[in-house]
Design a protein around this ligand. Structure first.
Ligand SMILES: Nc1nc2c(ncn2[C@@H]2O[C@H](COP(=O)(O)OP(=O)(O)OP(=O)(O)O)[C@@H](O)[C@H]2O)c(=O)[nH]1
Ligand SMILES: [Mg+2]
Length: 374
């Protein structure tokens, strides 16, 4: 039997960058991350289109000439899907769909799709559905409905199976039902969380794919899902970490709690952060954050900034932070090690996979724990 769901869609990626406007400025390298996201969702990426200029065409985001170039390419090469790095307004989407005859989605839409297919628990499924509906509501157009029926695959999964997308009223009603259900789950979480409040709590945070779950598994002998794809983890799992006595005067070891949770990414759709607030509340309630960064990624400094901004957005920027630079087995430039030691407080360079320098990390955790009175 042929599994039609597994068919990969022939895809091109588009990124527009405006040199004069920070909100619309994107490096060419953004396309590599978008490619990883698209492949995580099952697409086959065959080409990048990148346009950088000083004049922003609000009709299409990219210039009219570029639209024609892309349209010719998609016709000649039987392209099924076009993914934009930039967030498109519904008017831009409609204008582009008139000119380019394939399915068009933006990065937010793609991330929502990945979240939808990776969601396992009822809480994360409800949270993703809520974010999808909130994303969809202002973008509901005739074209969208028409396209979603015509094509399958990326960008059309989720809440689009019934008549729901044709009726704003139904969507709004569904949104309020989802919110009530999520509030109920959150009340249970608060009760559980109170039981944990006597313990010192640590959370692993960081950019997606940095190695948070690998580190949790290593530190606690857990068996959390690890995968070389983006957003492998969508739920929070909390495990116990036993620490031996650290200094004189400390007679007994300590039992602390450590949690792994959903990773962050540049331009994570705001409604996703909103609907994942409950999942992320473990981070907000933690005493110490282990900010895990993939030091082998050439954009790691930008990724740290994204993590810091996201922590601010969820209200967790006032925590003790241990900066854990992971995947040191891959990075060979020692200048980078010097740079991070100088630039970041409490920096520890490790490899979770190859188990390099894990004792230094544990010592740093112990050192920081001594600062907390509980
Ligand atoms: N080379 C190398 N790879 C690593 C290391 N740590 C993790 N990985 C790999 O990086 C990929 C992502 O690891 P995860 O632990 O799933 O990363 P994560 O931060 O939990 O990712 P998400 O849950 O998707 O946000 C996997 O393929 C891991 O095997 C490391 O120290 N070195
Ligand atoms: Mg993970």
């Amino acid at each position: 039997m042929i599994d039609t769901k597994k068919k990969t869609e022939k895809t091109v990626l588009v990124c527009y960058s405006n040199r004069k406007d920070r909100r619309h400025f994107h490096h060419y390298e953004s396309l590599y991350e978008l490619k990883f996201l698209a492949e995580t969702a099952g697409a086959e990426v065959v080409k990048f289109f990148y346009q950088e200029n000083d004049t922003f065409d609000s009709r299409y985001m990219i210039g009219k000439g570029k639209v024609e170039e892309i349209s010719n390419y998609t016709d000649d090469n039987e392209i099924e899907l076009l993914i934009f790095e930039n967030e498109l307004s519904h008017t831009q989407l409609r204008n582009l769909e008139r000119k380019i005859k394939c399915k068009i989605i933006d990065k937010s839409n793609l991330i929502l799709d990945i979240f939808a297919s990776n969601a396992k628990t009822s809480q994360s499924k409800l949270q993703v559905e809520l974010a999808q509906l909130e994303y969809l509501l202002p973008r509901l157009t005739r074209q969208w409905t028409h396209l979603s029926k015509q094509y399958g695959g990326i960008g059309t999964k989720g809440p689009g199976e019934t008549q729901i997308e044709t009726d704003r009223r139904l969507i709004k009603k569904r949104i309020s039902i989802l919110k009530v259900k999520l509030e109920k789950i959150d009340r249970q979480r608060i009760t559980q969380s109170k039981k944990r409040s006597e313990f010192i709590r640590l959370s692993l945070v960081g950019y997606t794919n940095a190695g948070k779950s690998t580190l949790l598994n290593l530190l606690t002998n857990a068996n959390v899902y690890v995968k070389d794809k983006l957003f492998a983890t969508l739920d929070t799992s909390t495990k116990t970490l036993y620490l031996a006595p650290y200094c004189e005067g400390e007679t007994e070891g300590r039992k602390v709690l450590i949690s792994d949770t959903v990773g962050f990414i540049k331009n994570l759709p705001h409604n996703l952060i909103e609907s994942f607030k409950s999942t992320l509340s473990e981070v907000v309630e933690s005493d110490i954050l282990l900010n895990v960064t993939d030091i082998s990624n050439s954009n790691f400094e930008e990724q740290i900034n994204v993590v810091i901004d996201t922590l601010k957005e969820i209200g967790a920027s006032d925590k003790i932070i241990i900066n854990v630079f992971n995947k040191a087995d891959l990075s060979i430039n020692t200048d980078i090690y010097d740079l991070v030691r100088k630039k970041f407080d409490n920096a520890v360079i490790i490899s979770a996979m190859k188990q390099i320098n894990i004792n230094s990390l544990i010592n740093e955790i112990r050192k920081q724990i001594l600062k907390i009175k509980k």
